[in-house]
Design a protein around this ligand. Structure first.
Ligand SMILES: CC(C)(COP(=O)(O)OP(=O)(O)OC[C@H]1O[C@@H](n2cnc3c(N)ncnc32)[C@H](O)[C@@H]1OP(=O)(O)O)[C@@H](O)C(=O)NCCC(=O)NCCS
Length: 216
């Protein structure tokens, strides 16, 4: 029996129905259109929306903590208090991505002299694979460059395929490895992402160090 068309866009729905889903199956465009759990995955209003990234201050800490909790397993979650304190520190900043007015993710970074660092990057599961992560990283790179950074450093668990693919697509290269860095014994990779026309800057003699923060 051929699959039923998607009820929203009439496109093909090749996958079997999702458990508990209100629609018969994911249409091929579903990966880009699944922000709102109660809407069909290819609903046109969401389909047309692109991520919008804006600065977020300490007053948004509770919201950012909610997004972080959705994106990371319980042991790796950060509290709103911790996020609020980080944003308030000198050189630190947060950027929030929204789609159609709904917050979908954020990035927290810091700049010290010519080095920037991504402290955390989180996109809620329902909003993934729709460009929010890339938009957040692009905005972070622009903000870091504006604040005088020449290089962004990132840390990522070796097994985090999604984040590694995103960072590789942006041009990040491996700069080091921290063995058994995470509580589960897995390694962290330190990645280096040169910024714009400062690409030719000499490589730093060391990578930034800080205590382990599980989950990036
Ligand atoms: C990593 C993360 C931020 C990516 O966010 P996202 O909004 O889904 O990313 P984007 O849609 O912007 O994807 C940009 C590119 O990254 C790559 N990518 C993202 N997710 C991927 C996945 N699951 N598998 C393979 N590649 C992936 C692709 O190259 C993608 O481009 P494409 O969609 O055109 O193929 C998100 O998966 C997340 O929050 N994960 C949990 C928290 C986390 O791991 N944070 C990073 C810690 S260092």
């Amino acid at each position: 029996m051929s699959p039923k068309p998607c009820p929203a866009c009439r496109g093909p729905s090749p996958s079997p129905a999702l458990p508990g889903a209100a629609w018969p199956g994911r249409c091929r465009r579903a990966a880009r259109h699944r922000f709102t759990p109660n809407r069909p995955p290819c609903a046109p209003r969401v389909a047309e929306a692109a991520p919008i990234v804006a600065p977020a201050g300490s007053e948004a800490a509770a919201l950012l903590a909610e997004l972080h909790a959705e994106a990371f397993p319980p042991a790796h979650r950060w509290s709103g208090d911790a996020i609020g304190l980080l944003i308030a520190l000198p050189g630190h900043f947060a950027l929030l991505a929204s789609v159609g007015g709904e917050p979908v993710g954020f990035v927290l970074g810091r700049v010290a002299a010519e080095e920037a660092e991504v402290l955390t990057l989180a996109v809620r599961p329902a909003g993934r694979r729709a460009g929010a992560g890339r938009a957040l990283m692009g905005a972070l790179m622009a903000e870091a460059a504006r604040r005088g950074a020449a290089t962004v450093f990132l840390e990522v668990a070796e097994g985090n395929a999604a984040a590694r693919a995103l960072y590789a697509a942006l041009g990040a290269v491996e700069a080091g490895r921290r063995r058994r860095y995470y509580p589960d014994g897995s390694d962290a990779l330190v990645l280096r992402l040169p910024l714009g026309d400062r690409l030719e800057s000499p490589a730093p003699t060391r990578t930034p160090t800080r205590p382990p923060i599980p989950g990036c």
